[in-house]
Design a protein around this ligand. Structure first.
Ligand code: SF4
Ligand code: SF4
Length: 286
């Protein structure tokens, strides 16, 4: 069965945290906006439920924090029980309750969690990770590798379950930010850290994005990835049976690709072998 890896991002844009390095504009969503976001999410879930001739993986990549809203937890629970969905994951700051996972298919549901040291007490974040271990949930933990966060990162690395993968995102706004000694320190914690420190040449290179992987917005518009600014490839609701034909192998039109959720699909990088079925929630296969 052919596989699609889908990144879903609805209109929700609010977050209960206010990280200084956050690339997303902070907004507050009104009750009506949240209701609209819920309606769109439910429509997407219903569409996924009907794509039974595909094996589907989903990563929800909201602009803000979505898991604090019950309807996202319900959607993950529902999607996890669909036989043709091999993975449903969401990026989260882990501030929401995680008990809902007890009712999910734990082979399918997963969390991409991020620890934000300026926004939450270390003990509280760690205790949530321990809750996930008690439940037997699949999750990765990540931190933005700021130099001032080095002590927090080391502390977290030492405290986490040794089976939990701790990924580090490089701070790339200043190309000279890291000394070699910083790179060594962070690479000793996350063996894949150096891969994340560069913008990878991608122009003209074959990428699964737009063919085997694509993004869906709240209106059902499909784009190849979050990083190429071009008209949608199609619309999953309007195009019906014609939609799969809109997805064709294509080369990347951007000079570089610097974000994990993008470059893992660049064929030249071989990241599908590194991550296997954990590619969406960022858990290496080994
Ligand atoms: S938790 Fe995530 S979405 Fe919220 S402010 Fe921090 S980086 Fe932004
Ligand atoms: S290499 Fe990155 S920017 Fe280019 S198409 Fe793939 S995911 Fe998108």
């Amino acid at each position: 069965m052919k596989r699609w890896n889908i990144l879903y991002r609805g209109p929700l844009s609010s977050c209960n945290y206010g990280c200084e390095y956050c690339p997303f504009a902070k907004t507050r969503n009104t009750r009506e906006e949240l209701k609209d976001d819920e309606t769109r999410l439910l429509r997407f879930v219903d569409w996924v439920a009907h794509q039974t001739d595909r094996e589907i993986g989903i990563l929800m990549t909201p602009w803000g924090e979505a898991l604090i809203h019950r309807y996202y937890r319900d959607a993950i629970r529902q999607l996890s029980h669909l036989p043709h969905v091999y993975r449903v994951a969401i990026q989260t700051n882990l501030s929401a309750p995680v008990d809902f996972l007890r009712d999910c298919d734990l082979d399918t549901a997963a969390l991409w969690t991020t620890y934000h040291p300026t926004q939450v007490r270390f003990e509280k974040f760690l205790s949530r990770c321990q809750d996930l271990d008690d439940i037997g949930a699949r999750y990765s933990v990540g931190v933005v590798a700021l130099k001032e966060a080095e002590d927090d990162i080391k502390k977290l690395h030492a405290a986490l379950n040794p089976n939990t993968y701790l990924w580090l995102n490089a701070y790339k706004r200043d190309p000279r930010y890291y000394e070699e000694s910083d790179l060594k320190t962070f690479a000793a914690i996350d063996p894949h850290f150096r891969t994340n420190t560069t913008y990878h040449d991608s122009l003209g290179k074959a990428c699964r994005a737009g063919h085997e992987s694509f993004t869906i917005d709240g209106e059902g518009n499909a784009r190849r990835c979050h990083f190429v600014d071009e008209p949608p490839l199609g619309n999953i609701y309007r195009d019906g049976n014609q939609f799969p034909g809109k997805l064709q192998p294509q080369a990347c039109p951007n000079q570089t690709c610097g974000c994990h959720i993008g470059y893992v699909h660049l064929k030249t990088m071989g990241m599908d072998k590194v991550y296997g079925d954990g590619i969406l929630e960022r858990i290496p296969a080994e």
